[in-house]
Design a protein around this ligand. Structure first.
Ligand code: URA
Length: 209
């Protein structure tokens, strides 16, 4: 089973409080999600492999390090996942961005893919799939199914808030995928919202409703 990492960094937890707050307006909400995505990207890249290189400083030649290993791809699940992309790109500007769009079939209640556009070299990249909320886990599982079907072998999942139900579903379906979250909440309610959560992440990011 993949590991579940809860990022309990004080700055992340502080900002998450204001993200949850019902009185936080769209502009501030968007900025805070962006900032937390940057902080989470900093944490998630902690284990990136390095390789030795040489650099000429004004003083002398020195041994130093640069990133090695696979190139990165970020895949937001539309539409709320979009809110986390810019924050990650702040730290990893060379990452490519794919998009996966899913809707829930009203009869089967299963996620159906309506859009997928990914970098051409899927098999050579490490991917971070992002969605602010891991609720039932259905969308995350479907998005990762889709990425794997196109050749991805190295995937992480990152969200702000997760419900235990969603973590279990994702971990069971994709035991090779590590899950990175800022907070593990109590449960899902009867409407599929995470409790206490933050409400509808897409609506709060884009000012819809
Ligand atoms: N999606 C959201 O935006 N919020 C939830 O609480 C659950 C799913």
């Amino acid at each position: 089973m993949g590991k579940v990492h809860v990022f309990d960094h004080p700055l992340i937890q502080h900002k998450l409080t204001f993200i949850r707050d019902v009185n936080t307006g769209t502009k501030e909400f968007r900025e805070l999600v962006d900032e937390v995505a940057t902080l989470m990207a900093y944490e998630i890249t902690r284990d990136m492999p390095l390789q030795k290189t040489e650099v000429e400083t004004p003083v002398m030649m020195a041994e130093s390090y640069v990133l090695a290993g696979k190139k990165l791809g970020i895949v937001p699940i539309l539409r709320a996942g979009l809110g986390m992309v810019e924050g990650i790109l702040e730290l990893i500007p060379a990452a490519k961005v794919g998009h996966i769009g899913l809707y829930r079939d009203p009869e089967t209640l299963k996620p159906v893919e309506y859009y997928a556009k990914l970098p051409s070299d899927v098999g050579e990249r490490e991917f971070i799939v992002v969605d602010p909320m891991l609720a039932t886990g259905g969308s995350a599982v479907a998005a990762i199914d889709s990425l794997k079907a196109r050749g991805a072998t190295n995937i992480k999942f990152m969200c702000l808030i997760a419900a235990p139900e969603g973590v279990q579903v994702l971990a069971d379906a994709h035991p090779d995928v590590d899950i990175y979250i800022a907070a593990l909440d109590e449960k899902l309610n009867e409407h599929g919202y995470i409790v206490p959560g933050l409400g509808d992440a897409g609506d709060r990011l884009f000012g819809t409703k």
